[in-house]
Design a binder for this molecule. Structure first.
Ligand code: BGC
Length: 389
């Protein structure tokens, strides 16, 4: 009898889990908090302001569309802005969202340090703020942060290199050449990604097993303004011309994300004299990069299911707007892995409570299982994955 009761209880509990996303269709909202048929009336006519950085980096198009679908399905009105990677425009866009009377702001900062004043205005208007994916620095006006475990993204890239080359600290008979390409210094995430990868590989660098031939090992030296593909390409072309044109072999190009990996791959294709295919890492699962993975030009990408990031953000926003004080207990509602973290993300005014999702390594061998079978992508007629937005 006890067993039957336990089973019934488990079944009831699993019904109230918030399903994490799977591609185009919005996932179910938390129990009692809205559904696809919910109307503006049930949410008190609330409007949500979403400020995205740019359409030019592929993932933010997916994030914007997933977030919009999530919130609209739960009965909210959504105002979604893209600011062309222009900080002044993003400040103007957020000012407009505030004057349009939004009830909550979800912001991906272009420059994490530049929103202090505009968020003071939001604070004075009593509008809560969620920093989405990138932490917003130096303001008390940020209530919560939703992202992936950014340090782990870098660790996964570094560990991939270790596994792929079969590195062993006890075997110093072989050495490999590596170059790093990191992200935008204005993006707080970029340092986390770089440090995760560098810390993981550092013992091998210190042992002389991995050699940075250019000598460029500091974040500031390897950073890429605006995560720009052409900037990353130009820098790698310079490195290849200066350090590898004499036949030196490049074994690894550790790139923090896909937009930079794309530029580095182009540089290697056009300007690398060697015959080997260097290991190239990335992050995001951008379509062009997945095509390169299928073709063997990029080795891996760290995939972050942004559909799930949107699911978590909706549940968090709903609890905030209903007067709750979201904490650890929110995570038990999700069917995807999500940790509540109150230690890692200090924005200069104190630690911002964070909900952190778990990233996954995607290679040619598991694209089908991780991206297609999960419903995030479909396989295009040409054999390359296409995101379901
Ligand atoms: C995101 C990455 C993305 C990068 C450039 C970062 O803040 O976390 O997923 O590749 O911005 O868009």
């Amino acid at each position: 009898m006890k067993k039957v009761l336990a089973l019934i209880l488990a079944a009831i509990m699993s019904l109230s889990l918030v399903a994490c996303g799977s591609g185009g269709t919005p996932s179910s909202a938390p129990a009692g908090s809205g559904s696809a048929s919910a109307s503006l009336a049930t949410t008190g006519g609330k409007k949500i302001g979403i400020a995205m950085p740019t359409k030019s980096l592929e993932r933010w198009n997916r994030d914007g569309s997933y977030l919009q679908k999530q919130f609209e399905s739960a009965g909210y009105e959504v105002e979604l802005t893209y600011s062309d990677n222009d900080v002044t425009q993003q400040v103007n866009d957020i000012e407009n969202l505030i004057s349009d009377g939004v009830s909550l702001l979800i912001i991906v900062a272009i420059d994490g340090e530049s929103l202090t004043n505009v968020l003071d205005t939001a604070d004075q208007a009593g509008i809560p703020v969620i920093a989405y994916d990138r932490l917003i620095m130096n303001t008390k006006a940020v209530d919560y942060y939703v992202s992936f475990d950014n340090y782990t993204v870098g660790v996964l890239q570094g560990q991939f290199v270790i596994d792929k080359l079969g590195l062993d600290l006890k075997d110093t008979s072989k050495s490999y050449n590596i170059e790093f390409t990191a992200g935008d210094p204005a993006d707080n995430n970029a340092g986390f990604f770089f440090n995760g990868a560098f810390d993981t590989l550092k013992p091998f660098i210190d042992a002389g097993i991995l050699k940075i031939v250019s000598g460029q090992s500091k974040f500031e030296e390897v950073a890429t303004a605006s995560w720009d593909t052409t900037t990353a390409m130009n820098r790698m072309q310079n490195i290849l011309a200066s350090y590898y044109s004499n036949g030196t072999q490049l074994d690894v190009a550790l790139c923090s994300n896909d937009s930079t990996a794309l530029g580095v791959t182009q540089a290697i294709e056009s300007d690398y004299a060697g015959k080997n295919q260097p290991i190239i890492t990335g992050q995001d699962g951008d379509e062009a990069n997945l095509a390169n993975i299928v073709d063997g030009k990029q080795s891996m990408t760290v995939y972050k299911a942004v559909a799930n990031e949107a699911v978590v953000t909706l549940a968090l926003a709903q609890e905030m707007m209903s007067g709750g004080k979201p904490d650890q207990s929110l995570t038990s509602k999700f069917s995807c892995e999500c940790a509540f973290d109150t230690k890692s993300y200090n924005n200069g005014t104190g630690v911002i409570p964070s909900y952190l999702l778990t990233p996954t390594v995607v290679t040619k061998d598991n694209i089908q299982k991780e991206l297609v079978d999960t419903g995030y992508y479909k396989m295009g007629a040409n054999g390359y994955p296409v995101a379901i937005g």
